[in-house]
Design a protein around this ligand. Structure first.
Ligand code: NAD
Ligand code: MG
Length: 416
């Protein structure tokens, strides 16, 4: 895989617009990606769009972007979409299920695949895109946390380009020296500074955290995102997952990654070099910037994002995260240090806990409790093959679900 394969653009131009598949097109990242693509019909062509169950939204996107193929993971939803597309007189081919997602990721007409499904569900389609040598824009961080080394190995084999879209990782990518390769350490880097807004509960009194609702947790002060990542941003598990994501992408030990709370979300991350230089990437908090950057890289294109006005920002604050307020950070750091399948176990436990919180079964402060329980009970494997990772992911989910079902009184105390 390479991130320095920079001399393709003239050839691309001559061949016309580049085909793009968006895995998870109805989500927050998917919609932002379509917004950027629609600004550049000369460069990009939407080839395939995919969603889980949202028929109406995917239908609307098909009407607007005329893809050759649309995939619904849910088979019943796929049937409905097919009927609605024919009623609309559209010829878009409809696929369904896991295999439909993998086919959309592998389509020969798509040179670019945007991985924007949420959670572990994105792993197999992302892997399919990597195996088929695509330029893969990685927003979906969970597959990297679970099996980053497998994605890197497969990319090395196929020549796929892995480009980070997560805003912090895209910022770091922009601050690293040219010639950087995913998974390989860059010379002269002393440390990576990952910035973090602190989420909606940065200053909420600790005692009030047990009672916060999903709506409060999803009301992020700086970014409008899907519900799962919004909860992760409120617990700071998102930052914990991002430490693991950064260590995989940039070939750097978790201990060389420092988290800095930066409430304005203007500095998206920094790279500190041996000579004392610290490089940062700044911009308004809008995912269309990293998406446009990775779509056109190494060129620069319009993204629709408002120019940063430093005078208006006026002040940039930085502080250390409070470990007592954010126990998920410690859990993620422990899992990162343990290595093996521990990050996959952490991720699976977190996915179950977040979904239980969003469903009203457990309280906000129960999320780290569930994860801590799973980390202490589910044994990890040193081996890191895909089958082993998936088996440990399944064991972690079972353990988390059993714990939640087994402690109905103690958990959910916060929302009763
Ligand atoms: P979202 O919930 O808004 O959208 C998720 C998309 O995935 C939807 O299109 C949905 O239909 C699809 N999907 C959900 N479950 C699926 C399943 N089981 N099978 C197939 N498709 C499924 O999420 P989002 O906020 O766009 O985030 C997507 C990914 O990008 C996440 O991994 C998140 O961590 C990462 N990310 C998001 C942001 C952001 O600003 N939203 C920033 C950085 C990274
Ligand atoms: Mg991020």
């Amino acid at each position: 895989m390479s991130m320095h394969n920079s001399n393709q653009s003239p050839r691309r131009r001559a061949e016309g617009p580049r085909g793009v598949t968006i895995l998870g097109s109805t989500g927050s990242i998917g919609v932002s990606t379509l917004d950027v693509l629609a600004r550049h019909p000369d460069r990009f062509r939407v080839v395939a769009l995919t969603a889980n169950t949202q028929v109406e939204r995917l239908l609307e996107q098909c009407r607007q972007h005329r893809p050759q193929c649309a995939v619904m993971r849910d088979r019943q939803a796929a049937g409905q979409l097919e009927v609605r597309l024919r009623e609309s007189g559209l010829a878009t081919e409809v696929l369904s299920g896991e295999e439909g997602l993998a086919m959309a990721a592998a389509l020969q007409q798509s040179g670019i695949v945007v991985a924007a499904i949420v959670g572990a569900a994105g792993l197999m389609p992302t892997l399919a895109a990597v195996r088929h040598g695509k330029r893969v824009l990685l927003a979906n961080k969970e597959p990297l946390v679970m099996s980053g080394h497998i994605l890197m190995q497969e990319a090395n084999r196929s020549g796929a380009e892995l480009l980070p879209v997560d805003s912090e990782h895209n910022a770091i990518f922009q601050c690293l020296p040219g010639g950087y390769r995913a998974g390989v350490p860059s010379p002269g880097v002393r440390k990576i500074l990952l910035t973090c807004s602190g989420g909606p509960f940065r200053t909420t009194p600790l005692a009030a955290l047990t009672g916060v609702t999903p709506e409060q947790a999803c009301a992020h002060p700086r970014w409008a995102m899907g519900r799962k990542i919004s909860v992760d941003s409120a617990t700071l598990m998102n930052k914990g997952l991002e430490v693991i994501e950064a260590s995989r992408l940039f070939g750097i030990a978790p201990d060389q990654i420092e988290i800095v709370i930066h409430p304005q979300s203007v500095v998206h991350s920094l790279v500190s070099y041996a000579d004392g230089s610290v490089l940062a990437q700044l911009g308004n908090p809008d995912m269309r910037t990293p998406i446009a950057h990775a779509l056109a890289w190494p060129e620069r294109i319009e993204s629709g994002v408002r120019e940063l006005d430093l005078i208006e920002v006026a002040q940039l604050d930085f502080e250390r995260p409070d470990p007592q307020r954010f126990p998920c950070l410690r859990l993620a750091t422990e899992a990162a240090r343990a290595g093996g399948t521990m990050p996959a176990i952490l991720n699976a436990a977190n996915e179950v806990a977040v979904s239980a919180f969003l469903g009203g079964t457990i309280g906000f402060t129960d999320i780290p409790r569930v994860i801590e329980h799973v980390l202490s009970r589910v044994s990890m494997s040193e081996e890191n093959e895909l089958a082993v990772i998936l088996a440990d992911d399944a064991r972690a989910r079972e353990a988390a679900e059993r714990f939640i079902v087994g402690h109905p009184g103690r958990l959910k105390r916060g929302v009763q």
